[in-house]
Design a protein around this ligand. Structure first.
Ligand code: ADP
Ligand code: ZN
Ligand code: ZN
Length: 735
């Protein structure tokens, strides 16, 4: 850490006396929980507009920073004592300053998520900018300026024409037409495109993007998807269509899987207005796009839009903010799309107690070409348990259905949310389990390389030949993972059909995911097995059977969002089946469950998201849970659980005792903020670090925001002995 006192060393300013000086405040990558202030002051010989990229000295280093404010008017350096002590800015980067809208977005996000502006600004800038020196940067800019048509093929987008242009001539369906007409109205509200899986939402996005891009030569659009690597064909579709019409290189990608050079190139193309469409993951919401007019958040319910570390922002919520804060003459339209919207979004898109909705809801209930939704079949596993025909946890009827599909040349998709062969090994004669010594989790048995592997800290050890505690030679397995399911299916079908497993283990090497996906599309795979990674977004044409092998555990999870996540997972998975109308009548979604009568499964069988959402909302309203209240978590990590909790206890004590918090302490006030006791996190220990959390809840967003803002400086001052890290998580997704 940098010693704050050293920074104040007086060095006589070289600019002093020769010319006027300006005080410039700059944000740097200083974290909110660190010792340095949010904004640092420097001086410069000219006024610099906010958003200018600069390099400034900090301790022994030169860091990338963003100008936040310049003191108005020139000052005579000699007369102004305050400025004498300031160090000069090292360099001003030769790139147009980031615009006011971008600076406002970062400012808002930092305030809302209780971060320092510099943290968010740095998350928004390509990492390479931090390392390039001026000369390198100048070269880069020169190269870029020469490109009348910008770089092509960033991240390997195939050439135009592929995967899209042929479809440009498609006749829009009546539902698509109605939605497109509604998107052209002047209603500034965010739009929720509530469209069934396979209803043609992507086609609507494409057409709307085309409309917006032809409205002005400089207009830009941003499309966010949960994970680009999982959906290479999405990339081909967008690039094919938009580049065919607007020129090569007008589409760029933005996600963390790109090389530093690619990220810089995409960022510059977007910032300089050369890119007309940015297709990216959550980090793209912070991209500088000076002429942005449209944001699409595809699969808006997806939890990956909320970052789980670092600045913990919700890209979906920031997209809505970015649109709603846009001036009316440069209006940004935001479209959130999903077949299973998040409960919060659904709440916003429907009237609440006769109040008109904040979002406009646009529905596309039918699949393209009237393809049928898959029939949902619940397999009562209580009746199956004793069946002698049960092999490896698959009901005989399901096995028969898969075989039948394979024989007809159709594909099946099975998913199970556990990778590896068996989630845990155990000893039958004593209490031994393959617990990870570093984490509160078990090491998973991976048969392929005969290893025990912890999925949290990656600790990998050999499989013991005998029980390490009692010497018993007979070590057993509990539960099943995707590797075992694959083995079983290969045993049953392998002589005639091809089984492919798709999970984090099978796709580790670069390019293997793409290759495997291609073989599924080419029809070379008859049965696809995987974790939930296989359920997302793919437009598989030949799948007529989808099966959830063991979905029950989420039904009774402690987290109040678990049912919502399960429902959307299953509905999205079902959405992979029967997308081609010609075979859709045979499409089925199988669920193996011990609770076939559960209302969640009933709603799923009826493909009735609105009914499910209504029941969730009623439950949450009754219990005053989000979206009927607002939450934040304070998380602390320490050497021991006691130390982590002690930190949270003292944080709570601040609220209980300091006079500044009176307003939020009064239970009669509508500002009353509830602090729950500190508890261990659900994953209590990872890599020998103990984790604890404290829930903070308020009836209004404003009350919570104000309280957190008042609290933050106290948290920064708290004694943190034995506490390695702490962080605030506003609107947490998992509790
Ligand atoms: P969603 O995003 O809602 O799941 P897609 O936009 O991927 O749906 O559309 C599903 C399939 O239907 C795609 O293969 C797409 O090319 C096709 N499609 C979309 N709109 C039309 C249309 N108007 N006419 C014919 N096919 C269409
Ligand atoms: Zn034992
Ligand atoms: Zn571990």
């Amino acid at each position: 850490m940098i010693d704050i006192d050293k920074l104040e060393e007086k060095n006589i300013n070289p600019l002093l006396g020769t010319q006027a000086l300006f005080g410039v405040s700059v944000v740097l990558p200083t974290p909110a929980h660190g010792r340095l202030p949010e904004v640092l002051s420097y001086c410069h010989s000219a006024a610099l507009p906010p958003g200018t990229l600069v390099r400034v000295p900090l301790g022994a280093r030169d860091l990338l920073g963003v100008v936040w404010a310049t003191e108005e008017g020139a000052r005579d350096g000699a007369g102004e004592l305050g400025l004498v002590a300031l160090k000069p800015i090292t360099a001003v980067l030769d790139v147009p300053p980031l615009g006011k809208a971008w600076v406002d977005l970062i400012r808002f996000a930092a305030g809302y998520y209780q971060r320092f502006a510099g943290e968010l600004a740095m998350a928004a800038l390509p990492p390479q900018l931090r390392d390039l020196d001026e000369a390198q940067f100048a070269r880069l800019m020169k190269k870029r300026a020469k490109k009348s048509i910008p770089l092509y093929g960033i991240g390997g987008i195939p050439r135009e024409g592929q995967g899209g242009s042929s479809k440009a001539s498609l006749q829009a369906s009546p539902e698509q037409d109605a939605v497109l007409a509604a998107l052209q109205n002047r209603d500034p509200r965010p739009k929720l495109l509530f469209g069934a899986t396979g209803s043609g939402k992507t086609e609507v996005y494409l057409r709307r993007i085309e409309q917006v891009l032809v409205q002005s030569e400089s207009a830009q659009a941003l499309v966010m998807v949960p994970e680009i690597n999982l959906t290479p064909q999405m990339e081909a579709r967008f690039a094919g269509r938009i580049e065919a019409r607007f020129g090569r290189g007008t589409v760029v990608l933005m996600h963390s899987g790109m090389t530093p050079a690619q990220r810089t190139a995409s960022w510059l193309a977007a910032h300089l207005g050369q890119a007309r469409l940015v297709l990216g993951t959550r980090l793209a919401v912070l991209a500088s796009m000076p002429n942005l007019r449209l944001i699409v958040v595809d699969e808006e319910h997806d939890p990956s839009y909320k970052s789980q570390d670092g600045s913990r922002y919700s890209a979906r919520d920031l997209a809505v903010y970015r649109a709603s804060s846009s001036p009316s003459n440069e209006r940004i339209q935001v479209i959130l799309g999903s077949a299973t919207p998040s409960i919060e979004t659904w709440h916003n898109a429907n009237p609440v107690h006769d109040k008109p909705p904040r979002y406009q809801r646009l529905d596309m209930p039918s699949r393209i070409n009237a393809a049928a939704m898959p029939k949902v079949r619940l397999v009562d596993m209580r009746l199956q348990q004793k069946s002698e025909l049960m092999v490896g946890g698959l009901a005989p009827a399901l096995m028969a259905a898969i075989t039948e599909r394979a024989e007809r040349g159709e594909q099946s998709l099975l998913f199970l949310n556990r990778r590896g062969y068996a989630p845990v090994l155990h000893c039958g004669s004593c209490e031994w389990k393959s617990a990870c010594p570093n984490c509160s989790a078990n090491q998973v048995f991976h048969k392929k390389d005969r290893r025990l592997r912890c999925h949290h800290c990656s600790l990998t050890t050999a499989v013991p030949r005998q029980c390490p505690l009692c010497g018993n030679l007979d070590i057993g397995m509990q539960g099943r993972g995707t590797e075992q399911l694959e083995e079983l299916l290969v045993q049953q079908l392998g002589t005639k059909f091809r089984v492919l497993r798709l999970d984090a283990d099978s796709t580790k090497t670069k390019g293997s995911l793409e290759a495997q996906m291609a073989s599924v599309h080419a029809g070379e795979v008859d049965v696809l097995v995987g974790t939930q990674m296989v359920t997302k977004g793919h437009d598989f044409r030949r799948i007529t059977l989808v099966a959830a092998v063991n979905p029950d555990s989420a039904l009774f999870a402690a987290d109040f969002r678990a049912p919502e996540r399960l429902f959307s997972l299953l509905m999205q998975a079902a959405g992979r089946a029967g997308r081609d109308a010609s075979i859709s009548s045979a499409a089925e979604m199988w669920l193996q469950t011990q609770h076939p009568e559960h209302p969640l499964y009933k709603a799923l069988a009826a493909h009735d998201y609105p009914a499910f959402a209504a029941s969730q909302l009623a439950e949450r309203e009754g219990a005053a849970m989000p979206p009927f209240s607002y939450q934040a978590l304070v998380r602390a990590e320490g050497r021991t659980q006691e130390l982590a909790q002690a930190f949270l206890d003292s944080a709570a004590a601040v609220v209980a005792t300091e006079s500044a918090f009176e307003l939020w302490r009064d239970p009669a006030s509508k500002n009353y903020v509830t602090l729950y006791p500190a508890v261990p996190m659900p994953m209590q220990r990872i890599n020998n670090v103990e984790r604890a959390q404290m829930l903070v809840e308020a009836p209004s967003r404003m009350a919570l925001q104000r309280m957190l803002t008042a609290w933050q400086p106290f948290l920064r001052e708290l004694k943190t002995q034995g506490v390695l890290r702490w962080a605030l998580d506003v609107d947490p997704l998992t509790i």
